[in-house]
Design a protein around this ligand. Sequence first.
Ligand SMILES: [Zn+2]
Length: 267
Amino acid sequence: MQSKIVFLGTAGGFEVVGKQLRASGGIVIQTEGLQFLIDPGPGCLAKAQEYGINIRQTNAIFLSHIHYGHSNDLNVSIQAMTLNGLDKRGFLLASKEVLKDVPKDSKDKLQQVVEVSPGKRVRINNVEIIPIIAQHNVPCLSFKIISKDFTLVYVSDTRYIRELEKEVRNVDVLLCNCKLPAGIKDGNNLNTSDVIRLANKTRPLLVIITHFGSEMLKKDPLFEARDIQREIKIHTIAAKDGMIINPTSYAAKVRQRTLLGFAKKEG
Ligand SMILES: [Zn+2]
């Protein structure tokens, strides 16, 4: 199975979620035969169905924080994934603070509930997951995913913190919640200038922005992505609902392999 990232939604903030100006079902990452579901917000199951994702095949759910835009469909997703608990399986990764708001009934359907904290590595088969510190108006975590083919950091809702610069260094894909356009700050979320700063300090191979608030939609995420790319000279994509990206094609290892392939052919 080829690695892929599938966007079940790109909405950020209650206005965009409430009006469904963008879908809000979260993000699916498939790699090494595993399927991860990140932040299953409202409409997760509907969008999964629409975009050809079988939620039943999910191996782990990552829940960054409890805001409804990120967590609303958690319980129904666990229900779908476990046949309502008949097939007790799968993992839920979240912090202690977040887990206390997850119903026991849902936890009981899973193979394992993993209480995570920044820097505490978790391994699921061959994939390593490292939770990363975030500073939001409720407890929140970002996640680094290290698979054989690529490394990715999902920066969830957070204000700009210097610690991120260390965590994002040497990753292939920076997948970043960017709720606000340049020039607008709310103290709890990143804006376009923050993404430019972070990407410039860490130099990933691909930047993807998502989680767009109403001000961002007014400005148009496509233009903001273009500004980021112009500024930092790194390929930058504004996510769209239903968009599928193969992260492997951007990964450093693959690029090296491809270059070696060319070199051999030429030699
Ligand atoms: Zn939030």
